[in-house]
Write a protein that binds this ligand. Structure first.
Ligand code: SAM
Ligand code: SF4
Ligand code: SF4
Length: 374
């Protein structure tokens, strides 16, 4: 059946049209890949556009006025996203994260959230639905997102110093507006709110302590993320990575912290708590402490390609199946096979090599974070 499909997709990233197995078996929710990892978490990119130009993600030299973003017709519709999500849920997905680009730029996103909030796991439980945002539009949208059924949000914020923040977002966006978005989100009950701070040595590491001081005792969980070598445009260098151990050392010198257990298997952040009861922080050590062993995440791009790893260069074109009339049982069969064949563990393999080594083969193009979502 696969041969019948003509991939009409934008060819910016390689993608295979998935094979539909001859024998279809209903999803059991118990899928596991070649490394015995289940499928639990689906990250859905709803747009490849963004109003920021963070240098580590969408450097303005590349994502400029000549950059060809996806045309509207390439995007999955809300019906298509919901249909695919339902299939993933039947395979075991419990958690949905909407991302992008900047997800709040997608028109009528609340409608999609309402549609997703109606889905249930096979055990009849609601899905855990969250969203990652730069918060530039959050103050305006928090209430309608909450009303649509969104439970919580993660806000990306790389510092409190206005000049540093404006430099990092590279569109001169003021930090005060992001803080306002955070405040409104908390007020409407999008909780527990998490903040992601990407730490780039020499750029914003001086913001680690001010951020820790600001968000202590606020109910917000601040997480420090190591600057990753995702995509092919950010000019990543190992010497700009600030290892999480050093972040924790700095914080511990002012506010002693202790490690705490993960909330669940496969959690990306290592958790710490302030010894004086000031709350919790986390570190995501994607570079120095790879966590592929518990990676239960799949990513659906804006145009419906399924990626099994943040560092993949090849996707699986689920939109081709949707738009060529495949049935839910056929798409579920194809997804089941894709996950069962999964071998990805990029960060673990790369960690075993000398610094600054990439595993991406010549001629392969790694997906950008703004296309696949974080
Ligand atoms: N625009 C939204 C935002 O910034 O929250 C959602 C999409 S953004 C791609 C998702 C997350 O990826 C953000 O928290 C961002 O900081 C993170 N990110 C992007 N590029 C990164 C990199 N090179 N290393 C580490 N994290 C990165
Ligand atoms: Fe935009 Fe988020 Fe990427 Fe920054 S990290 S450029 S806000 S998509
Ligand atoms: Fe998962 Fe790939 Fe990241 Fe490993 S490198 S944790 S497999 S996304």
């Amino acid at each position: 059946m696969a041969e019948k499909f003509i991939p009409v997709a934008d060819i910016r990233y390689a993608a295979r049209v998935p094979h539909i197995p001859a024998q279809l078996t209903a999803p059991t929710g118990l899928l596991s890949d070649t490394l015995a990892r289940p499928l639990r978490d689906l990250r859905i990119s709803v747009t490849d556009r963004c109003n920021f130009r963070c240098s580590y993600c969408m450097p303005s030299e590349v994502f400029n006025k000549d950059y060809a973003f996806l045309p509207q017709t390439s995007l999955l519709s809300f019906e298509e996203i919901t249909r695919l999500t339902k299939i993933f849920v039947a395979h075991g997905v419990e958690k949905i994260r909407l991302t992008g680009g900047e997800p709040l730029l997608r028109k009528h996103l609340e409608v999609l959230i309402e549609m997703l909030a109606r889905l249930q796991t096979p055990e009849g439980k609601p899905l855990d639905i969250t969203l990652t945002t730069n918060a530039s539009l959050l103050a305006r949208k928090a209430q309608s997102l909450k009303d649509a059924g969104l439970q919580r949000v993660t806000v990306s914020l790389d510092g409190l110093d206005d000049a540093t923040f404006r430099r990092m977002n590279d569109v001169d966006f003021p930090v005060a507006d992001v803080l306002k978005g955070i405040e409104v989100a908390q007020k409407v009950g999008l909780a527990p709110l998490k903040i992601n701070m990407v730490v780039k040595r020499g750029t914003n590491d001086a913001e680690i302590l001010p951020m820790a001081r600001h968000f202590r005792n606020s109910g917000v969980v601040l997480r420090f993320i190591e600057y990753m070598d995702v995509g092919a445009t950010n000019g990543w260098r190992m010497d700009e990575v600030m290892p999480s151990t050093q972040v924790i050392e700095r914080i511990n010198a002012e506010f002693p912290v202790s490690a705490i257990d993960p909330n669940y298997l496969g959690e990306t952040a290592e958790r710490w708590r302030y010894n004086d009861g000031g709350g919790e922080i986390g570190v995501i050590s994607s570079v120095t402490h790879a966590f592929c062993g518990g990676c239960n995440r799949a990513r659906l791009s804006t145009e419906g390609k399924l990626f099994l790893c943040l560092f993949a260069s090849q996707g699986h074109d689920l939109r081709a199946l949707l738009r060529n009339g495949a049935g839910d049982d056929q798409i579920a069969g194809a997804v089941g096979h894709i996950w069962q064949d999964r071998t990805d563990r990029y960060s673990e393999l790369r960690a075993a090599l000398p610094a600054d080594t990439s595993l991406t083969k010549p001629g392969e193009k790694r997906v950008e974070m703004s296309y696949i979502g974080g």
